[in-house]
Design a protein around this ligand. Structure first.
Ligand SMILES: Nc1ncnc2c1ncn2[C@@H]1O[C@H](COP(=O)(O)OP(=O)(O)O)[C@@H](O)[C@H]1O
Ligand SMILES: [Mg+2]
Length: 252
């Protein structure tokens, strides 16, 4: 059984940055190998982790029908091959990029096969980190069947916290299954939770709600295109996420 962390939230709140921390810290805690899945077509989890993916498997899916006919193999077999080719292997973790959710030449059957193949791949890893696009599409489309820790990320603004509550309600309505809900309020002033925090915590029944400060070292990462491995061990965000993951992986 793998332990799957899925990060969701609106665009620009820090999902990819924090997903990078999750991967680094799990590896450092010896919780490996980790499978990192980039499920946001506009994202760059690969940059954050300092790796290069050869291609996203979404592109493979679009030409699947023709390719399968040509090579006289089953579509499932073909996708397994493509996924193996698209997987980057690094120290303690592997990474795969999903690419676009649905292209023009794409059809539902292929999506189903893709999901099955991703599920199959994930089951081979004890730890999986899924960096989602804004919204809940990947979870609702059941790219993953169930999530151990649903990590909702927000900024500290009132609008952001309201969006987070809506996202939570939507997840419930859609029947997204998770064991623990973790809320990360990112880029806060002085690492303090906003006033709306107790209300949101009560409404969502979150297992943990953690404030992460605005941090110059993190901001510089993106500006200088540096991977998460370069953040110092004394960084406040690094320490907060490490404590949380240490606790969760021990309890699991
Ligand atoms: N705690 C933080 N302090 C400073 N900058 C941050 C912090 N978290 C994220 N950022 C910056 O915010 C921007 C958006 O982050 P990103 O992880 O790409 O968000 P998302 O994946 O949710 O769209 C990036 O430039 C990133 O460096
Ligand atoms: Mg992102």
């Amino acid at each position: 059984m793998s332990l799957l962390f899925a990060l969701s939230g609106k665009g620009g709140v820090g999902k990819t940055t924090l997903a990078g921390f999750f991967v680094r810290i799990l590896v450092e805690l010896g919780k490996k190998p980790v499978l990192a899945i980039d499920a946001d077509p506009n994202s760059c989890l690969a940059d954050m982790l300092g790796v290069k993916v050869p291609f996203s498997i979404g592109t493979a899916r679009e030409t699947m029908r023709d390719d399968a006919d040509e090579q006289k193999i089953s579509k499932h077999e073909l996708l397994r091959m493509k996924i193996a080719q698209g997987l980057v292997e690094s120290n303690g973790f592997d990474m795969i990029s999903m690419g676009r959710p649905e292209g023009p030449g794409c059809y539902c059957y292929a999506n189903g096969v893709l999901k099955a193949a991703i599920g199959e791949l994930s089951r081979g890893y004890p730890y999986v980190v899924l960096d989602n696009e804004a919204g809940l599409e990947n979870l609702s489309r059941r790219i993953v069947q169930s999530v151990d820790a649903l990590v909702l990320v927000s900024d500290a603004s009132n609008a952001g916290m309201n969006t987070l509550e809506r996202l939570y309600s939507l997840a419930r309505e859609m029947g997204v299954k998770y064991r623990k809900l973790i809320i990360l309020v990112n880029r806060t002033r002085e690492g303090r939770l906003p006033e709306s925090a107790p209300r949101v915590q009560e409404y969502t029944g979150a297992y943990k709600m953690i404030a992460l400060p605005y941090d110059e070292e993190i901001a510089a990462l993106a500006e200088e295109s540096k991977p998460v491995w370069e953040v110092s061990g004394g960084n406040r965000i690094y320490i907060a996420i490490r404590e949380m993951l240490d606790e969760i992986t021990k309890a699991a």
